[in-house]
Design a protein around this ligand. Structure first.
Ligand SMILES: [Zn+2]
Length: 408
């Protein structure tokens, strides 16, 4: 879809089975004339004469809209239709700690939210500090559920600075589960029951220096030589600080794991993205995550990134690991309707990150979930969050249920 007329607007809409919306109202288009449209998969949605879109079944499709006999579409609308029949009384209406009214989820906000949640829910939620970033910010690890449980679901977010909406998402996951812990059921089992045998371990912000650079610029970095290098990289590449991905040493953490690292030549000097570092695990942040994963060997590892609405799951794993990965992949697909990226698509980028490393070297099912519209570069706008939440809100509890059900 890269060769389209530049005037084509790309939009994403998330619906649930049975929802009806007026597509013109939704796009805020005032239109008195007829226009043409194509539906790519008419099993998923229908459109009537009054431009009311009805969501028919779970799945993902596109509508192309053509005004004034244009040859290229004026709009390409991606429509994700989610299942509305999940058997649960989990309530996500009155979550009051993690604020979703802004798309600037800074390290300071994270710190406050962690303190507040750990204070309110101190019997089920704990935090520890895995270590410090180069500019002296904490890398937090939160543990939710029975801390003595043998089984672990591991989730990490914001390894890339500009993808900080993922931190907001996983912090909201924590609040949702804590709030419903004693009172709600998920698919017929109490949440507290599910989390008796498995704990959820979350690093909500793996790259806090990078997040703060993306949100507020190089000036947030206090250490002089780090600041100078970052400023130089921003100036030389002529970029806005908001698209910063690397850590404060200008290394892309998700290119710094020891997975096919030697082939990863894309950028071989300090940069706002893609620089792999001097050697595998050269960076503190990478080492903390890698060591923790090696020592704790979670049952499943999830890495939240942005953007794309894509699921990376295929790293060439074989046998039992492949079978397990495919089952879990299908759960993730079922909730999110994100596009499944097979091995050829993940290798096309020529870069291998944390999930590849976990799957290929540790033999643990690992998934990279890319949240947000497929048509944009992070940081995501705050308007995207509600869709992302609907697609992802039950993923941690569903994966815990899956692990617990399959313990033998
Ligand atoms: Zn990323």
């Amino acid at each position: 879809m890269d060769n389209l007329d530049v005037t084509t607007k790309k939009v994403k809409i998330v619906l649930k089975v049975g929802d009806k919306i007026n597509i013109l109202d939704k796009l805020k288009i005032k239109c008195n004339e007829k226009f043409k449209y194509n539906i790519i998969d008419a099993k998923i949605i229908s459109v009537d004469n009054n431009y009311i879109v009805t969501a028919l079944k779970k799945g993902s499709t596109y509508i192309e809209m053509f005004f004034m006999n244009n040859k290229t579409p004026n709009y390409i609308i991606k429509i994700n239709v989610l299942n509305n029949a999940i058997e649960t009384d989990i309530d996500d209406k009155n979550l009051s700690v993690v604020n979703i009214c802004s798309n600037k989820y800074t390290y300071d906000i994270l710190k406050n939210d962690i303190n507040e949640l750990c204070c309110i829910y101190n019997d089920i939620l704990n935090y520890e500090i895995l270590g410090k970033s180069y500019d002296n910010r904490n890398i937090y690890l939160l543990t939710l559920g029975n801390k003595y449980a043998k089984h672990i679901l591991f989730i990490q977010a914001s390894m890339h600075g500009r993808e900080h909406m993922a931190s907001m998402l996983v912090m909201r996951h924590i609040e949702l589960i804590c709030k419903n812990y004693y009172i709600s059921e998920y698919k017929g089992i109490k949440i507290s029951g599910i989390l008796e045998n498995i704990k959820i371990c979350i690093v909500p912000m793996s790259n806090p220096d990078g997040v703060d650079i993306s949100i507020n610029g190089a000036e947030v970095i206090r250490e002089k030589s780090l600041f100078n290098n970052i400023s130089k990289v921003i100036e030389e590449n002529n970029i806005h600080h908001e698209i910063w991905k690397s850590n404060a040493r200008c290394v892309d953490l998700n290119r710094n794991f020891g997975c096919k690292w030697q082939y990863n030549y894309n950028f071989n000097k300090k940069s706002f993205m893609e620089y792999r570092g001097q050697y595998p695990e050269s960076e503190t942040e990478t080492r903390l995550i890698a060591n923790w994963t090696r020592e704790n060997r979670p049952d499943i590892c999830i890495s939240y990134h942005a953007t794309g609405s894509e699921l990376y799951w295929d790293y060439g794993q074989k046998g039992l690991l492949l079978n397990k990965s495919m089952v879990i992949r299908d759960y993730l697909k079922d909730f999110t309707q994100y596009e499944l990226m097979d091995r050829s698509s993940s290798y096309k980028t020529g870069v291998l990150g944390y999930s590849d490393w976990v799957s290929m070297y540790l033999g643990i099912p690992a998934f990279t979930i890319e949240i947000g519209s497929p048509f944009v570069t992070a940081p995501l706008s705050k308007e995207e969050f509600n869709n992302i939440w609907e697609e992802n809100k039950f993923i941690p509890i569903e994966l815990c249920r899956y692990v617990v059900n399959n313990i033998n």
